[in-house]
Design a binder for this molecule. Structure first.
Ligand code: SF4
Ligand code: SF4
Length: 568
């Protein structure tokens, strides 16, 4: 019997209760989400450290609309921990986790060639080097592929700066060999920009996608956030990705040549770089041949900071939607939360007779829109010419009707076929970009249902861009209901698989895992000799030359830095 999603078990609407953390002692405490002054607020009180509140959304109707799409997943058949002792104390996974892994992160090193303030992982500050060897990387990847009922299909190598690991390229090939169909890297782009042939080497080792840390288009921004000007370097990294080709063997096997895809990953801090949001989107639109998405990350406030600064820096997904709507060509109704597409995957699961990866994150975690771009670079979001709601509802009905497969897959196929051929009901092609007509929409949708793989999705992303966000949690806005539904998971060398926000926020697992599997810096240096120093940008230089000395670099990077996290 195929295990599909189920009704959302958590309460919806406002006010509602949840559990969160005390930002001071990190203990789990009760919290309430409520409406106040047109905003969604989280209020909580720690017996020891008093009351604290934070803004969850600045748009109540948008928040409530997103909730309507919530679904719960089925979690794991083979969790590492067979008992549940409370969230987030049994992450690894435990029996209570509700989403399987949609994207796995594997940290390859905590070394970095930048030294951004308050980074998650930095060997220079940690005093140890966490750098799994090849066997350990293979073990982590295998663990992810052995998950049931859904094997992980997408992996992202991260760090530190993962390209500094001596095993980075081998890790990409290994992931491909083990059957991951999306192999990604989260990078600052320095090696891609500076090292001739490195981007093509990545492609030859089956890397598909570069998640490029991209704070904006001007150097002032980079000087403030990263300590050095990096704008040109980012553009050179993108250019080098654009000039890559698919491995020859794959082209010979009939696959179309495609460069490395780039996803821009800007961290947005309130009152700091909001003004860069639309320039970043426009930059992506100008480079659609290589950039396929922008994934904004509203800042996670990981350090103790004064309330005044925190409220100014707090930037929510509703703020992002507001900026995209007021400064860009979008409307609020263009945005859908991540779990809105769950019914599509479920239908594919039923058709295939096998559970497929299904996105069931909490709607508070992220939302996105899918836009078509015509020849004149006019942006036409999909919901402008498609009744997305109606279409998803009909798919959901089909899933309900056939979920126990009592009616047989043949009748389901017929029903699916009927739906596909009624597709024009959901589209107004007079408003669609030129070239998008009934015939090719049917082809795309049929491709998704029948192939159920990334090739058909790749066709759907033709001349399109995905603009979305993922709002990682911090101790101020931590919501256990979100955590239990997280589908972005870290693999650890001991076989644990840990939700992203438990790994990096609150009573973090990162420190525990890294300490357990690392060596002190001095010992590491000794074992590697002179060849592999802990480099920072001043030894590499953004153009391969020395730009600033170590002291100036660190002073610049730390100057005026509030305690925000700079995730890639
Ligand atoms: S977050 Fe998930 S894995 Fe961690 S304790 Fe809670 S339910 Fe279990
Ligand atoms: S990483 Fe954090 S924000 Fe993203 S899905 Fe998981 S819990 Fe939600």
């Amino acid at each position: 019997m195929i295990r599909l999603t189920k009704d959302f078990e958590a309460p919806r609407g406002l006010p509602r209760k949840t559990a969160s953390l005390c930002p001071q002692c990190q203990k789990v405490i009760p919290a309430t989400l409520l409406e106040k002054d047109g905003k969604v607020i989280m209020e909580k009180t720690c017996r020891e450290h008093g009351a604290v509140w934070d803004v969850i959304s600045t748009d109540v109707p948008l928040y409530l609309r997103m909730e309507q799409y919530a679904r719960d997943g089925v979690g794991y058949e083979n969790p590492k921990f067979p008992t549940f002792k409370g969230c987030p104390d049994t992450c690894g996974m435990c029996t209570h986790h509700l989403s399987h892994t949609a994207l796995a992160l594997v940290d390859l090193t905590n070394r970095c060639n930048l030294r951004c303030p308050v980074c998650f992982a930095n060997a220079n500050d940690a005093g140890y080097v966490y750098e799994p060897d090849k066997d350990t990387i293979r073990f982590m990847l295998q663990t992810l592929r052995e998950q049931k009922p859904v094997k992980t299909v997408a992996v992202q190598f991260s760090g530190g700066e993962p390209t500094l690991s001596p095993h980075f390229l081998d890790a990409c090939s290994m992931a491909h060999e083990l059957g991951f169909n999306q192999v990604q890297v989260a990078t600052n782009g320095i090696r891609l920009a500076n090292e001739p042939g490195f981007a093509q080497a990545c492609r030859e080792h089956f890397l598909n996608t570069v998640y490029l840390q991209f704070d904006g288009l001007d150097d002032d921004m980079y000087r403030k956030v990263r300590g050095v000007p990096l704008a040109k370097l980012k553009q050179r990294a993108i250019e080098n990705c654009r000039n890559t080709h698919r491995p020859k063997a794959e082209i010979k096997a009939g696959k179309t040549d495609k460069p490395l895809s780039v996803v821009l990953v800007p961290t947005i801090v309130g009152g700091f770089n909001e003004h860069q949001i639309m320039p970043i989107v426009n930059y992506a639109l100008d480079n659609l041949d290589v950039i396929r998405a922008v994934n904004f990350q509203p800042v996670a406030l990981t350090a103790r900071i004064p309330d005044k600064d925190r409220f100014q820096m707090r930037f929510t997904q509703s703020d992002l939607v507001r900026v995209l709507c007021t400064e860009g060509p979008f409307e609020k109704t263009d945005f859908f939360p991540i779990p809105s597409v769950a019914s599509m995957s479920e239908l594919v699961s039923i058709i295939k007779g096998k559970e497929k990866m299904t996105l069931t994150t909490h709607p508070g975690c992220g939302c996105a829109t899918f836009a078509f771009v015509d020849a004149n670079k006019k942006v036409i979001p999909l919901p402008r010419f498609m009744d997305v709601d109606g279409f998803f509802k009909n798919i959901g009905k089909l899933v309900e009707d056939y979920r126990d497969a009592r009616f047989g897959r043949v009748r389901l196929a017929l029903a699916g076929n009927k739906l596909i051929h009624e597709v024009s009901k959901y589209f107004d092609f007079s408003k669609a970009p030129e070239g998008i007509d009934e015939k090719n929409v049917i082809k795309i949708i049929a491709g998704i249902f029948t192939e159920g793989n990334k090739e058909s999705l790749a066709k759907f992303t033709w001349k399109t861009i995905l603009i979305g966000n993922m709002h990682f949690q911090d101790s101020y806005n931590y919501d256990i209901q979100r955590l239990m539904r997280c589908d972005i998971h870290y693999a650890a060398p001991d076989g644990r698989v840990i939700p992203f926000c438990a790994y990096n926020s609150g009573p973090t697992y990162r420190t525990e895992v890294e300490k357990k599997f690392s060596v002190p810096i001095d010992e590491w240096k000794k074992s590697k000799g002179e060849k592999m120093k802990l480099k920072t940008i001043e030894t590499m230089g953004v153009n391969g030359e020395v730009v600033v000395d170590q002291e100036t670099y660190v002073a610049q990077a730390m100057k005026n830095q509030p305690g925000f996290s700079t995730k890639k």
